[in-house]
Design a protein around this ligand. Structure first.
Ligand code: IMP
Ligand code: MG
Length: 369
């Protein structure tokens, strides 16, 4: 998955598939044109990659030229198309093949036809690598089509989103559930994670998925996954990641209309973080941030000892046990901090202060995602 500006895109068409489609176009066109020396006309900017790869494969002599049209802003195709660079050579009597990267509404193609109307070319053929039949509103014939795609925005291989993405050698497709905010929440014992999770849930209408709770629920209700997990636990073995992921997936599916999720207690390892990324990918979504409450060890120790006085939790009463739990936490989460930092998704939030203060800090991070 990649992010360009504010949008997320997922892998859609590989470089190999593109290459195969170009080869098919080259074969069809060179067969049809026989010994003509065609002029291939690329429509800039998007078509530079197609044209380059296409003519490299073209088995016979050919000419190449470009026209430059500006047809859209951002994600939407716009109706008014400007000619920035028109035809710069006389093409009368020539066999012309327009090479497009993508045909969407067909507005650009209409302009291309206007340009060629008075050119007296011998023949004008239209070839496009990508074609969105559901979006096409014109009835100009498309003589050669590489790959038909659904009406969803794509980037890569010459195509951009607001300037970015043209350089990517494969095609990525926009993700539709962009609005989701999915957080991985971390914090050492005593950092106030539970309190803050409650608040985030309310404020952002998120579903809090605590892996511990999910396990207990599945085991208590003897679900198939719960029984499977229990069979490992009974043998004293770790529950395989896939079983945990399957349980989380069931939770995500149960709450399909949520604004997002707070994952709590998962992931713990790189492999789990990757598995979670894959799961979110299949839901057309993504983890937006790892949010970690940062609290100084001494403050944590004080807080937990104080909690121990009233909670009666044995693990809150003994200072050395508390310190061990804190050390353990840092050992385990360091890997994840690295994992999410590498994706620029790690956000440490100062967890010292009043509940309200910390809440404001967390909101500051989430509002900017
Ligand atoms: P049309 O004029 O609607 O057929 O769209 C043609 C132009 O819109 C293309 O040449 C692209 O510049 C742009 N476009 C249409 N769909 C996409 C897309 O999915 N990704 C990136 N650009 C697109
Ligand atoms: Mg184009």
């Amino acid at each position: 998955m990649i992010k360009l500006h504010d949008k997320y895109f997922k892998p859609f068409i590989s470089a190999e598939e593109i290459d195969a489609a170009i080869t098919r176009l080259v074969n069809q066109i060179s067969n049809d044109l026989g010994d003509e020396t065609p002029v291939f006309v690329g429509i800039l900017n998007g078509s530079f990659m197609v044209v380059s790869d296409f003519v490299k494969k073209y088995p016979k002599p050919c000419e190449v030229t470009f026209i430059k049209l500006a047809s859209y802003e951002g994600v939407k195709s716009s109706e008014d198309i400007q000619r920035l660079i028109g035809l710069t050579q006389d093409l009368s009597g020539r066999t012309v093949v327009v090479l497009e990267d993508i045909i969407d509404s067909g507005n650009t193609l209409a302009e291309v036809h206007r340009i060629f109307k008075n050119e007296n070319v011998k023949s004008l053929k239209i070839a496009t690598l990508f074609y969105k039949p559901e979006a096409y509103k014109k009835d100009f014939k498309l003589h050669y089509v590489g790959i038909e795609i659904p009406n969803k925005f794509i980037v890569g291989y010459g195509l951009d989103y607001d300037g970015l993405g043209r350089d990517i050698p494969e095609i990525y497709q926009i993700k539709e559930t962009q609005h989701m905010t999915n957080l991985v929440l971390f914090g050492p014992p005593g950092a106030g994670k539970g309190t803050q999770a409650e608040f985030l849930k309310e404020k952002y209408n998120l579903v809090h998925i605590s892996t511990g709770d999910v396990f207990r629920f599945n085991i208590k209700n003897e679900t198939a996954l719960g029984m499977l997990a229990k069979s490992y636990m009974d043998k004293g073995e770790l529950v395989p990641d896939q079983v945990t992921i399957d349980m989380l997936e069931a939770e995500v599916e149960k709450n399909a209309d949520a604004n997002g999720f707070i994952f709590d207690g998962f992931p713990r390892t790189d492999a789990q973080a990757e598995a979670l990324d894959k799961l979110m990918d299949t839901k057309d979504s993504q983890i937006n941030a790892m949010v970690a409450l940062e609290v100084d060890d001494e403050v944590l120790v004080k807080r937990l000892l104080k909690r121990g006085e009233t909670s009666g939790r044995a693990d809150d009463a003994d200072e050395s046990i508390i310190r061990n739990r804190i050390t353990e936490y840092y050992n385990k989460t360091a890997i994840l901090k690295d994992y999410y930092s590498a994706q620029h998704k790690y956000f440490g939030v100062d967890g010292v202060g009043s509940i309200e203060d910390i809440t404001v800090r967390l909101s500051g991070v989430i509002d900017k995602l």
